[in-house]
Ligand binder design. Sequence first.
Ligand SMILES: [Cu+2]
Length: 477
Amino acid sequence: MISRRNLFARAAAGAALGAAGAVNASSVSRVAMAALPEPVLREGPDTAPPLTPPDGRPYHPVVTLNGWTLPWRMRDGVKEFHLVAEPVLRELAPGCTAHLWGYNGQSPGPTIEVVEGDRVRIYVTNKLPEHTSVHWHGQRLPNGMDGVSGLTQPAIKPGETFVYEFVARRPGTFMYHPHADEMTQMAMGMMGFWVTHPKTRHPQIAEVQRDFCFLLSSYDIDPGSYTPRTMTMTDFNLWTWNSRIFPGIDTLNVRQGDRVRIRVGNLTMTNHPIHIHGHEFEVTGTDGGPVPKSARWPEVTTDIAVGQMRQVEFIADEPGDWAFHCHKSHHTMNAMGHQVDTLIGVDHRGLAARINKVIPDYMAMGERGMADMSEMEMPIPENTAPMMAGQGPHGSLEMGGMFSVVKVRKDQPPGDYRDPGWYAAPAGTVARRVDAPADAPRAPAAPHAHPASPAASAPTPEPLRVRKPDGHGHQGH
Ligand SMILES: [Cu+2]
């Protein structure tokens, strides 16, 4: 008997051997006669190799960061997929696992890859404890296939299977997520990526050598616990790419000179300015389709608002290990409290010794900044990740959350997505310490400029005075 896990193992073996890429479910005799394609499950958070299409129109597949692509069954010219909405265990990083909801064994769910013009049939089985639906974000489709429970369809009750069917009418970068009890279900990790490849050369869609995708999601999971607090609105403590936190996020490994595309969708409750080092990218597409070439400009950070998707592209022509991260500094940290006073400049000497008499493990921190946190070997609760961690070739990276590295290598073989290890910088090209006295005399202050502008003769403003309430409930004026 072929278990679901064995079926996927065979699919993975096919991909690893470079054979058909994936076992087409219709080739499995036990399910060949079944009305529904057998759902394929996946365990483990590693980045799966790209799924080379075994049939249908050819395309250059994407790589889902710490994720995978869902195999399909071709039946009467229709691509059939089977999603199972269900509770899952997701490792966010080594040592930190969450109880989430997702699809087919993982959160996020598997990426669905199709080609412009494909007729697609997606079975959705609900194994959650409550009803759900699936909205196909960004698609042009018949209204009744849009997946808004109550509006375009009845909700899918626990135990039921619904079928969606439409033609993938336009190429682009899309996603899927529930449109039923959205607040809970997205806070629990229900989402997945969708890529529709162009069927022929498209004037606004370049051919790329590397194509990555991931979704932004956030969770509020107290250290030591496993289930997200779904009522949290803004103060999340885990900022993830595909439900992974650095150092659990795989690196993006490319060959020098490759044209690289990275597709990102945001299903958190805030915006994320995604930033690359050492290169400039252009936004070449959104969930509304390709951006006309005349409307693109170079930049190194693009803000991705809630519910938006962006695909960026660049030529990876600078060898090295280039940081790639959200530019909100609190989003490159792992679980932390925010109700902590700033202690920079506060002299703790003597205090820790006195507190240690009562609390032996107490450590004073913060008077020199927070970098000590990444070095100190402080016991942390079970099932959490250090606030800022990740070891690089030169020490701690002091990063967590939404952070990874684009590794550009001259000798990375074409199509090889494996991690090449750390960059070996040529001698003399790394910032280094020089001998200099710490108390070197400073240059004399430069004389003040006296611009003869109108602003210079403007009247000096009155000093600001703050009036407090008079103590009788009346506001001062
Ligand atoms: Cu962010």
